[in-house]
Design a protein around this ligand. Structure first.
Ligand SMILES: [Zn+2]
Length: 198
């Protein structure tokens, strides 16, 4: 596609070039990437772009190639705009970081794998007609996904706080607290309470 003008925008140079930013999904240090798009001044998306010319004295018409900088994660490939990154960091300041370094990696991975095995056996019980106080749908809907998520990050050496460090209670622990059954005394419940970080 041909274009008549080029507009390179540089927003927040200090924020982008000097400060360090981390991937919200995998906590890797983000790098910068150059992004471009050709937008026509009469197209519906034109309102999201600034067509004023570099000196600010006029407007550009026709097809304009916009070039700007975004963040990109070298590990998982996630790409984040500067304004979205600012929103993410504002949110983190409010709720606390989502990741912390995990020191006891092997122990935690083993414990989470044991928890997943206990979940399997509770599910087996329920399917073969033996009552599980945990309930099949709760196990499949949030206890198992939550533990799998923690295991995924534990293997990377990270403690994952889904809602931020300030609200670190696990959904599974909340469920135990709320249940009328005594889930704390089950093998699964005891194992979950051994996860000290949450
Ligand atoms: Zn990432």
């Amino acid at each position: 596609m041909k274009f008549q003008h080029i507009k390179r925008t540089w927003t927040s140079p200090f924020y982008v070039n000097i400060k360090k930013h981390y991937c919200p999904d995998c906590h890797s240090l983000l790098s910068k990437t150059k992004v471009s798009k050709i937008v026509n001044s009469k197209s519906p998306e034109a309102k999201e772009y600034d067509f004023s010319s570099a000196g600010g004295e006029g407007y550009m018409f026709g097809d304009v190639k916009f070039i700007w900088t975004e963040f990109k994660c070298p590990s998982c490939g996630k790409q984040i705009s500067i304004s979205d990154m600012k929103k993410i960091e504002r949110h983190i300041r409010k709720v606390g970081p989502r990741f912390k370094k995990l020191n006891a990696i092997d122990e935690t991975v083993t414990l989470l794998e044991e928890i997943l095995k206990e979940i399997d056996s509770e599910c087996e019980n329920e399917k073969s007609g033996i009552h599980s106080p945990w309930g099949l749908s709760q196990l499949e809907d949030f206890v198992r996904p939550e533990m799998e998520e923690l295991l995924f990050y534990a293997k990377k050496g990270l403690i994952f706080y889904k809602y931020g460090e300030k609200q670190k209670m696990l959904a599974s622990v909340y469920y135990m607290t709320d249940s009328l059954e005594n889930l704390w005394s089950t093998r699964l419940g005891k194992k979950i309470t051994q996860l000290k970080f949450y």
